[in-house]
Write a protein that binds this ligand. Sequence first.
Ligand SMILES: *Cc1c(COP(=O)(O)O)cnc(C)c1O
Length: 236
Amino acid sequence: METVNDREDFSYILENYKEICYNVNNAREKYGRGEVDIMAVTKTVPYEKVNFAIENGLCLLGENRVQEYLSKKEFYDKRAQVHFIGHLQTNKVKYIADSVSLIQSVDSFKLANEINKQAGKVSRIMDILIEINIGEEISKSGIDKSQLFELVSQISELENVRIKGLMAIPPIGAGEDVFEKMNELFCLTKEKGFENVSMDILSMGMSGDYEMAIKHGSNLIRIGTKLFGARNYLKG
Ligand SMILES: *Cc1c(COP(=O)(O)O)cnc(C)c1O
């Protein structure tokens, strides 16, 4: 992770945020869409910068890596909520079950079942999204869309887990049809009216494609680079 020096000026983060808000509002108006939540994706970003973003109104954070999250969470401004958005191994669920408000990257019954167990241990219900590998890329996480209804149906039986929607990471440069397909799956799942399932959140859209995602019904966009600048994995 990078380190921050005392005199560093974070005002560019606020400028970036304002620009994103402006673009989001334009896209909503243009495509006739409702509220869109903007998540700050914090991988590799030092907590000082994240806290600056929170002070300026970004109150939803997205964390990718359990280890990194655990090293930063106690320093985070408590006003923010955290979603886990990265690939999650079953044996790590226990470390995050008491502190994240939602897990976006659920792509197997096995994982959902472990979340159910760990949520039960801390007496809570964990909200989750089902991640779909919408670009059908080998080596990407997420389920195949053909498995969606069966998985939703199985998970809906779990007592301490609530499905709140769907999430996807479309391939870089994906065509509009991919976003359209996600929206279609979201609407179809909603129409099915599964018990214990509320299709409230469609999480898609990142720095390079959030306007297109909003066009196709996303109501939660996950922004890293456009907010905090390019990630530098080499420092620290
Ligand atoms: C890194 C990441 C993002 C943000 O990507 P940017 O292109 O930097 O905005 C969003 N979602 C997930 C799951 C990510 O891992």
